[in-house]
Design a protein around this ligand. Sequence first.
Ligand SMILES: Cc1ncc(COP(=O)(O)O)c(C=O)c1O
Length: 438
Amino acid sequence: MQSEDQVHLLAALDAAKSRYIELNARSKSLHEEAVNVLPGGNTRTILHTDPFPIYMKSGRAYQVTSEEGNTYTDMAGEFTAALYGHSHPTILSAMNDVIQNVGMNIGATTTQERLFAREICKRFQLDRMRLTNSGTEANLHALAAARKFTGKKKVVTFSGGYHGGVLMFSGGKPAPNNVDIDEWIVVKYNDLDAAKEAIQSPGVAAVLVEGMQGSNGCICGTSEFLHGIQRAASDAGVLFILDEVMTSRISDGGLARLQGLKPDLKTFGKYLGGGLAFGAFGGRADIMAGFDPRLIGSISHSGTFNNNTLVTHVGYIGLTTVFTPETAKAFTEAGNTFREQLNEVTNDTRIYFTGIGTLLTAHFLAKGPRHIECADDVEEIPELKTLFWLEMLEAGFWVTLRGFIAIILEMPQSELERFVQAVQSFISRHRDLVVLDL
Ligand SMILES: Cc1ncc(COP(=O)(O)O)c(C=O)c1O
């Protein structure tokens, strides 16, 4: 970017920030109070934005409303967990039914956990599965299963990968607050040769991978890479764990079905709990037998809320009556069309949308080409990303600062069209900033 364009960019950003502060005065004062009890006023790092976050009061269907009373079309979809939107009538009635007729926290084995597990196993081709309270937990327990089964400790994973709050990897290494900090071999994403070498090294129990790196910008693993990992793991006696926490909504059987993969274990989370805290992991019966409490030497997998009545009923109803396999397929097709439309209107610009189906991320490339296989290789312009975020908010779209979008199931087509138009207007307003010199 030329230096005069940089000056223009910073001026546009300053002006947009001033408008943000002016429009969101109540959020600003709520934030000033929150910093007295929460560090930085925050209890979920991803939601922090400068100079302060907009505080949301409520959500309904595909919209959210701020404390200022401004209503936004929700393009963030609670980072994939709000697939059913906010208070979907079927979900709401299932919840009410549990509260009125079943009761919460009944501290015993229930019929419903079996039904829910059976449905998840059928949909995602698992022999056995177990429930957890989050995707993070699901990955931690899947790793415990792999370690028990193989008797080994090391895990191969990928830079830019996100597998939970204590399972994050960037810059080729684990984050400082990760668990098992010395047990990771962190490899470049989509680099099959490096992955094979790591998988074949001594002491490796498992390879843990996202089929599409969601948090890292919806970067898709190539088919060759994912199948290559699967083969290399099988040859080396290393377990192949596919993290489907974000991608299980892609197709009628997750990304594994779409790519024709047969992982030893898979992990799940997000929308599958119907909007409630949820996680699950499962796969081969011989590996999952490590948790069978009837067997001597099995490992314990505890969690007060693992089989809570709300999630087992509500998640089941959502999966069997709302997000059916047919709906999942059609939804993914609609998402692919939306991404293609966005990439058409951004065609000769720095703005480039990656992803699969209803999960996508806007990138703001410092230089071409418009193609990303590994986020580490790509330089972006953070100020342009922030300007886009601020101006999309002004256009009435609740988007994430990182450019991540997760479409809500009942998002009207007209809102998706309006979003494409808003992107087009952004480009017209800032033509000199977004044009890509190849
Ligand atoms: C791929 C992936 N794995 C695991 C997790 C962790 O899930 P949770 O936030 O439920 O712990 C996430 C959350 O964003 C994720 O995207």
